[in-house]
Write a new protein. Structure first.
Length: 139
């Protein structure tokens, strides 16, 4: 999608409205328009990258250094029992907007959103095999 058509680029430029909760020279946080819970917040870099792995380290550093501060404010404002920080990458992972963003999702005991996602045990030898492949691919 061309950058000028991207919803989050338009929010950064002030071309469409958003409930902004934090802004500095590199980072913007605003409320999700279709929240999972009250206070569901999106945190984005002002410069557009589609996925986490495309973000330069400097940009990720700027984002990461503000995530905790914004999460603390969301938690204090909503009085939630906990929160999730999620970053969906790719359609298979649920990414709908191709502009890297972190969700801060306030959670409360028994809210039924999700508790633990499905998990399984590796067959013998598989965990070492996968770890070795990932190590080989670290650039
Ligand atoms: P994704 O599934 O890509 O991780 O999440 C995209 C999020 O952006 C969704 O939770 C969706 O509700 C939110 N969203 C989509 N369009 C808009 C919009 O125009 N304004 C705001 N504030 N949030 C939006």
């Amino acid at each position: 999608m061309a950058e000028q058509d991207c919803i989050f680029s338009k929010i950064v430029k002030g071309e469409i409205p958003a409930q902004k909760v934090y802004e500095d020279e590199a980072v913007l946080a605003f409320l999700d328009i279709n929240p999972i819970s009250d206070g569901h917040t999106l945190v984005i870099p002002k410069q557009k990258y589609e996925k986490l792995d495309e973000c330069p380290a400097e940009v990720l550093g700027q984002l990461a250094s503000k995530l905790g501060k914004i999460a603390q404010a969301v938690a204090a404002a909503t009085g939630c029992d906990g929160y999730n920080v999620l970053c969906n990458n790719g359609r298979a992972a649920g990414q709908l907007i191709d502009y890297v963003h972190f969700h801060i999702i306030p959670r409360n005991e028994g809210d039924g959103v999700f508790h633990r996602w499905p998990h399984f045990q590796y067959p013998t030898g598989k965990i070492e095999e996968i770890a070795a492949k990932i190590r080989e691919n670290i650039k």
